[in-house]
Write a protein that binds this ligand. Structure first.
Ligand code: URA
Length: 249
């Protein structure tokens, strides 16, 4: 990788300021001043900017509380994407793990770890996702039973059994509900409620696998995953590897 990209990916500055700093002789690689921004650097080399060691991190993991009005994509010609909410994180290979609708809020993992993303999203893995919904009427026992049995959606497919829990009923007739699903089809939660005659007025993802939305994290804010959260994700990986051993061929 080019030296200027290495430094920019590690959030040491913008590509243009870094190029200037490199040309000024402020950057060393393995103790030697390097003035060429295109100089290739790789794993195991020691890069310093103004004497400060810039350690390469292969993977990064951020937990975002997605607000309404931004799309779960890496780029879009017209609309704000979730990556615009992490302006100080400059590496270019980050992406959101799965999609939340534009009007859905809540937990979204942003990473550049493609293997982890695959494991969290793979339909075979059945990773739980918990949502809080505001709906336009009460949750009945029949609805809970229908969710548990597996709902037919739009005549297209039968959703896997899901857990529906009734919450507060508001004076205006709207009601809170929590739902746990273990797949992630397009508009799945909204379609499940529609199948039992309810509209979703607001939707928030509260958890995905071992990750929970931190109550203190405001909408639009993000933070790095903690060591505990990373360890929990690795456990998830390990368990699945044992359950589905690689093809010996
Ligand atoms: N289900 C939906 O309907 N929308 C989302 O954003 C996520 C799950």
């Amino acid at each position: 990788m080019r030296l200027d990209k290495y430094l920019a990916d590690m959030n040491a500055g913008t590509r243009s300021t870094l190029r200037r700093e490199i040309r000024k002789g402020l950057v060393t690689v393995d103790g030697k001043t390097v003035k060429d921004p295109a100089c290739p650097v790789g794993d195991g080399q020691e890069v310093r900017l103004n004497g400060r060691k810039i350690v390469w991190r292969a993977y990064e993991y951020y937990l975002l509380n997605k607000p309404q009005g931004v799309i779960s994509a890496t780029e879009d010609p017209r609309q704000e994407t979730v990556l615009h909410l992490l302006p100080e994180i400059r590496r270019t290979d980050l992406f959101p793990v799965g999609r939340l609708d534009k009007d859905t809020t809540g937990l979204l993992l942003i990473t550049n770890d493609g293997e982890l993303a695959h494991r969290l999203l793979s339909p075979k893995k059945h990773v739980d996702k918990r949502y809080r919904a505001l709906i336009d009427g009460e949750v009945t026992e029949e609805m809970t039973a229908a969710f548990r049995a597996g709902l037919m959606l739009d005549g297209e497919f039968t959703a896997l059994p899901a857990e529906l829990t009734a919450g507060t009923v508001h004076p205006d007739g709207t009601a809170e509900a929590e739902v746990v699903i273990c797949e992630g089809r397009f508009h799945q939660v909204k379609r499940m409620f529609a199948a039992v005659g309810r509209n979703v007025l607001a939707l928030t993802r509260l958890a995905m696998g071992p990750l929970s939305l931190p109550p203190e994290l405001p909408e639009g804010a993000f933070r790095e995953l903690t060591q505990e959260e990373l360890a929990a994700l690795r456990t998830l990986r390990g368990t699945e590897e044992q359950e589905e051993p690689a093809d010996p061929a």
